[in-house]
Write a protein that binds this ligand. Sequence first.
Ligand code: AMP
Length: 392
Amino acid sequence: MKILSVNSGSSSLKFKMYEMPEEKEIISGVFERIGENNSFYTIKLNGEKIEKKVELDNHEDAVKYLIEELIENKVIKSLEEIKGVGHRVVHGADKYASSVIITNDVIRDLEKFSDLAPLHNPANILGIKAFKKMIPNAVEVAVFDTAFHQTMKEENYLYAVPYEWYTNYGVRKYGFHGISHHYLTKRMMEILRKKDAKIITCHLGNGGSITAVCGGKCVDTSMGFTPNAGIIMGTRTGDIDGSIIPYMVEKTGKSLSEIINILNKNSGLLGISGVSNDSRDIEDGIANGNKRCALAQKMFVQSIVDYIARYYVKLNGVDAICFAGGIGEKSIKTRKEIIEKLAVLGIKLDEQANNVRGKEALITTSDSGIPCYVIPTNEELMIARDAFSFVK
Ligand code: AMP
């Protein structure tokens, strides 16, 4: 059975098609610059790359070309073969603790939650509506980035602001990257073979978050009301004192939205280093003696270590820690620096085993107090699995 996994942005649409239940990836691709000039798409099929410049006025156009490619390349004979489409949806607020078949009521909810994720939910809805129209027989399923974190207790998800801010306006920690943390949790539990395992999952990409998990359920997570909270990221600040915002509005004469934009897009590794948001560039900068790159890396690593330490205590000990995302999977240096700072917990890096990129691996020694793993995450597969669960 064919299942599509879809991630729609405001001007892009990424997809992967799987044969289920084998979980075999058949075809993947991305449509870019939707609604802009010079739009195009790239598709990967049988180890080959197809790239075409086409006019993509909207998400429906992207789905139309996708269907054409699927048929032309004999991936499917008819649309009936696509039984399910799983959509990544960033915000399900506190209504959705698991994936759900997308009805008109669900779409209305997602529109309502757009206030909480103005950059993401409207784009996700565009994708959903396009697929619903173009592939009407498939079951459309919403898979939420917030759902995995819905098991957090009140004392962990509330901010110490007037309680009415929560009840009247929904101000609370929601957490994000939940699809990835859920995947990592499942994989770690398979590896550990322990139902009540206590795990710290570190998703370190351009955006990053860390989650404390017990018995397969999220206890706490580093991102908050928005994805700007928690650890330092590529361009985002991570945790800062909210009072900085009005202070900088007053000092710079910039508008509130300009300052918020800087906190999201010009801060983090980029803001500190002044060089780049990409950890490869930071590493190159350090190798070339750039002091601000070294400072950015030091602060980045420390912010991760601080969260791991906090969650170690919160979980009352930990059975395993895992690293995923572009940096977690590929930055040997960052993993080494994090793990070396955790020596007080008896964690011991295996330098040779850590010399790995993008592959599942145990990277600590056999006598390490806590084993640490690299687990390549797979959000697309997680989305396809959830969609499949509704149609099989
Ligand atoms: P993601 O958001 O998960 O796709 O991760 C993207 C980030 O991963 C990039 O911005 C880089 O910071 C990081 N990254 C990718 N490849 C490497 C690498 N070989 N070494 C260090 N960092 C990497």
